[in-house]
Structure formats: structure tokens, C-alpha cells
Ligand binder design. Structure first.
Ligand SMILES: Cc1ncc(COP(=O)(O)O)c(C=O)c1O
Length: 356
């Protein structure tokens, strides 16, 4: 930190992203990307003509993509707002809906960026511990006294609340905004999308990074009643009006229209997840019930940190989080069947080496 860095943010501890090695050396199961390429429709729209148009600014209203999302989800265009990844959408939402009198409310084990955005904006937090089994008790969020952000499914556990449970939270927080981060919802959880007409306090956030195979394009979106979207746009146009670049906008619009390809990839990932979870359990690991494109698993035979290191030494990247409740576990992204088979073989060898 230089002597010029603002004293008001001295305590800020930035997010540490999962490793992104720029080679093919690893079986990469660490950052919840989709193992399958984007829809073939994406390649068709990324033409040389479009590359030429990069001399022009992108459309700050993101009309092409907003219209594509509006058609796909049966919402009005003024109910949708685009961000540079859902990270940006969520960060804008924290900026818009929290302040010195309105804390950000979230679980002790969840997406690591939530406390960081609170810290960046100098907003206080109200942290509600997960239950012993890592589930969320929705009633603990009733009348929360702040803006709630819940990843559903949660990360890194993969466990999900039902739509009815989420509706209980919405009903019992008429005075609070509830942000539902649905980054992983397409892998088997229930979306809150169809609750939008009934709740003026609901913001649903989704992303193209996971189920739409476009993590590198950096596109996420909020869906809510028009008044909340107007608030989010006030922040966006005060911060970064051209936040979505031309090529990513085209790629995302093509991808959202190829529903058959999207469904096929999600189904494959869900099937692979269930088979992998079954095998891990047969190998004696404890695996949390996941509705996401990853599994959170542990074994008594080796510490989470050591398992992460040993797998990396054998060419497999998974993710380890060193906080007290998560330290025994590793988070394993679901790859292709071939990748998971190779991972399970390597894990089996490794555990046998531990005397199992
Ligand atoms: C729960 C959750 N929300 C949001 C994000 C951000 O995703 P992106 O900015 O790629 O849309 C992630 C990324 O891993 C995540 O795990």
C-alpha cells in the first residue's frame, strides 16, 4: 500500500480470485466455469465486421441484449439491467440499497465478495450463521433490518432454498430489499423470477458466466420491478455507463436465444454432478447436497488445505477456502465426464496413499 492510499480503506481486504493459469496444464475444477464451449451461435455473431465496429462505444442502454433477455424471461425491458459480470450488478446493488443506516445482511458462509463490497462502501454488515448442516434457516432472515443478499444456491455449499422459502423471506421483509444471487440457479434450484410481479423489494441477479458458458465475456444482469432497476441504473450511469462491451453484448444475446444448447449443457452438468457425488460418497467423502455446478466435499483422512495442494501437485485445480467452517472442505467444479473420471482416479490414488 502506498502512502497515498486512502486511510478510509486501509482495512479493505480485496477478493482473491481462484487461480487462472494461462495454459492447459491442469484439469481446471476451481472457478465454476462451464466445461463446455459457448453456443455455436456465439461464434457466428463475432464477425470481422463486428470487430471493425470496436472503434465505436458500445450501447450504454444495452438494447440488443435487454431485448433478448426480455423475450426470454417475459419481462419488460425496463425490468432488466446489465452489468460487467454479476459481480458488477451485485456491487451496484449494494451501493444502491445500503448505507450507514441500512446494513448488508448475509450468511457467515457465502460468496466472499459480499463482505468486501460492504467494506468498500463502508457499510456495516449483519452476518447470520448457517445451521450446523450448512443449511439456511429462512426464518432467521425475517424482518432482517437491512438489505439481504442471498446466493441461491449458496456458494460454496451448493445448497438451495425453495422458492416458497424465499417467498417467506420476501413477505417478511416488506421494508427491506432482498437481492437473490442466482448465479447457479440453472443447475437445479428454483428461481424467484416469477415472484417479481408480486414483490417490489425483490432483485434477482443472474449471470452468463456459469450456465451460459461465457465467464470470459463478463456479463450479468438484474431483473426486478422497474423502480428498482431505475435505482440500479442511477448507480451504473454514475459509475460506468459503457459497462458492457460490444462483443460481449452480441455473444450474450446469441447465447440466451439458443435455449436448446443451454438446456443440453445444464442437463449434462447435473448428470455429471450426481454421478460424481455418488462416487465421492462411495469413496467415503462427505458431500453436501448441491444444486449448483460444483460440490463441496470433505474427508477425515486429509485436511482440506492438504487435499487442495496434493491435487494441484497431481494436475487438478480445486478451490479451498481457509475460514474456520470451510477449512475442512474443498469445492470441486463439475467438468466434463472425462475430466471428472480423471479427477476421481487421481483422488482415489491420493487417498490410498493416505492409508485409506
Ligand atoms: C455466488 C456468486 N455470485 C456471483 C458471482 C460472480 O460471477 P460473475 O461476475 O462471473 O457473473 C460468483 C462467481 O463465482 C458467485 O459464485
Amino acid at each position: 500500500m502506498s502512502r497515498f492510499f486512502t486511510k478510509t480503506l486501509e482495512e479493505l481486504e480485496p477478493y482473491v480470485p481462484g487461480e487462472q493459469p494461462q495454459n492447459q496444464k491442469y484439469i481446471k475444477l476451481n472457478t465454476n466455469e462451464n466445461p463446455y464451449p459457448p453456443s455455436p451461435w456465439v461464434k457466428e455473431v463475432l464477425t470481422a465486421d463486428e470487430a471493425d465496429k470496436l472503434r465505436l462505444y458500445s450501447d450504454p442502454t444495452c438494447k440488443t441484449l435487454v431485448d433478448a433477455l426480455s423475450a426470454r424471461y417475459d419481462l419488460e425491458p425496463d425490468q432488466i439491467m446489465l452489468g460487467n459480470g454479476s459481480d458488477e450488478v451485485l456491487a451496484f446493488a449494494v451501493r444502491a440499497f445500503c448505507d450507514e443506516n441500512t446494513p448488508l445482511v448475509f450468511p457467515d458462509v457465502t460468496y466472499g465478495c459480499y463482505p468486501i463490497w460492504a467494506s468498500l462502501n463502508r457499510i456495516s454488515t449483519k452476518i447470520i450463521p448457517l445451521e450446523e448442516d450448512f443449511s439456511i434457516d429462512p426464518t432467521k432472515y425475517y424482518n432482517a433490518g437491512g438489505t439481504i443478499v442471498l446466493a441461491n444456491p449458496n456458494a460454496p455449499t451448493g445448497m438451495a432454498l425453495t422458492r416458497d422459502q424465499m417467498e417467506g423471506i420476501l413477505k417478511n421483509n416488506q421494508e427491506n430489499v432482498v437481492i437473490v444471487d442466482e448465479a447457479y440457479v440453472d443447475f437445479g434450484a428454483e428461481s424467484c423470477l416469477n415472484l417479481i410481479p408480486y414483490y417490489d423489494n425483490l432483485v434477482v441477479v443472474q449471470t452468463f458466466s456459469k450456465s451460459h458458458n461465457l465467464a470470459g465475456a463478463r456479463v450479468g444482469y438484474a431483473m426486478a420491478q422497474a423502480s428498482l432497476i431505475e435505482d440500479l441504473n442511477r448507480i451504473k450511469f454514475s459509475f460506468h455507463p459503457y459497462n458492457i462491451n460490444r462483443l460481449s453484448m452480441l455473444a450474450a444475446a446469441a447465447s440466451i436465444q439458443d435455449v436448446a444448447y443451454f438446456r443440453n449443457c445444464c442437463e449434462k452438468i447435473i448428470r455429471t454432478r450426481e454421478e460424481t457425488a455418488k462416487t465421492l460418497k462411495e469413496m467415503g467423502l462427505e458431500v453436501l447436497p448441491s444444486k449448483a455446478n460444483f460440490l463441496f466435499a470433505r474427508t477425515d483422512r486429509i485436511l482440506g488445505a492438504d487435499l487442495y495442494k496434493s491435487l494441484k501437485a497431481r494436475g487438478v485445480l480445486v478451490r479451498h477456502f481457509g475460514k474456520p467452517r470451510t477449512a475442512p472442505y474443498v469445492r470441486i467444479t463439475i467438468g466434463t465426464d472425462e475430466e471428472m473420471k480423471a479427477f476421481l482416479n487421481i483422488l482415489g490414488d491420493l487417498l490410498r496413499g493416505q492409508g485409506a
